[in-house]
Design a protein around this ligand. Sequence first.
Ligand code: SF4
Length: 477
Amino acid sequence: MVVTVWILGDQILRKHPALTAAEQQVNKDQLVVLMIESQARARRLPYQRKKLVLLFSAMRHYAEQLRSSGFQVDYRISPGTAIAIKQHLQAYQPEIIYTMAASEFGGRRFQQHLERQFNIPVNFLPNTQFLTSRFNPYPDPLPDKRYVQEQFYRKMRQHFNLLMQTDSEPIGGRWNFDKDNRRSLPKSAQPSRPISFEPDEITTAVMEEVDQKYPGVGQITGFDLAVTHEQAHQAAMDFFDRRLPDFGPYEDAMSSAYDTLFHSRLSPYLNLGLLDPLELAQKAQKRFDDGQAPINSVEGFIRQVIGWREFIYWQYWRLMPDIAGRNYWGANRPLPQMFWDGNTKMNCLRHPLQRALVSGYTHHIERLMVISNFCLLAGINPSAVNEWFLSAYIDAYEWVMLPNVFGMGLNADGGLIATKPYIASANYIHKMSDYCQNCAFDRKSRTGDQACPFNFLYWNFILRHEKTLRSNPRMAR
Ligand code: SF4
């Protein structure tokens, strides 16, 4: 008897549940692990080429690791997933497929039809990559009810016993230290860059292949990301040692000189399964317990991991597929060309757009308060914005981008995910960054040729939508 364990590309888990379950049924020599690099999937959008290198290299390292642990691995580079599965079934004649549910809607649909499509039994296991698979604060959500991230986060903190004084009291007497975390970057600050990893033989081969076959956005050169569990662990330690203490206070700061500032840049590894969210949050808490990082930094980081990231995944599955068609503000303008070439005189957009296009990374405030803010104010179509985010970023997967763009960024869901639209004029950008200092536009002007576009777009948005905004208690003022 042969058993196939199909492991998806973004499920590079140290302990994969499908593999564990199959090992309990048959001997190792009866198991074949199937991994697929689908060229059709990788060409669906003009994806960030550094992301493709990260994904394929991490998959190939994982396959090697499984082989060295004695597993037989059928690693297929194929025009498409269905073709690869068909060829695999012909070659190995398995009696059953074990697989873990995909994190994305389309992938999970495909798995659900696997049994019928290929006429083979499928053991379809629940996804364990997210903490909500271990504890779901709202297991039976109501369709149009508004669930607030803060409440979700507190339930997660309590359940997983993170930063808790007692069962119900948070350490430090507060759940949220956001008020301490809004400082702009002082001139003397010198954040250290995230740790760099030299491409090895496998990564170098992937870089050459992606360069030749995938004409997406971004450059292959300069790829230095972690591609194994060990390297991702080193990247996490590098963040804890060198940036976590200052992460909190400058979490919202933006700079023309530094792209990651004190951020972790661990999301690409979390989203691939190279890091576990609970382990990461527990390690952050240990830094606080040992007196190596202040509460506002540690709480801010844990909130991102077990609060926001999990809330977004939970909302994605609650609202799919309807959320993808929402357009609450009736925004239908096309995405401007500057999103694809970074060519604009607006300093605050030029820096993050160019960073996103070249490296695939900007931190969350630039994504929310500059790029998404601009798109919401300018009335850019939400689907076009979503496709751009999916294309440009190294950590982009549909489950994270779609609710972030349609919900948090553009409020296109009418407020199901975030309680108000996140809009701001040049005042906010000036307060939190150095961008306005060397900009071609005047941050103080609202009209005229030199007026900052964020100002006239902001007031235009408020005038156009005054009635709707007045009906939102958080915006009425
Ligand atoms: Fe951006 Fe306006 Fe500031 Fe220029 S002046 S950097 S366009 S906010």
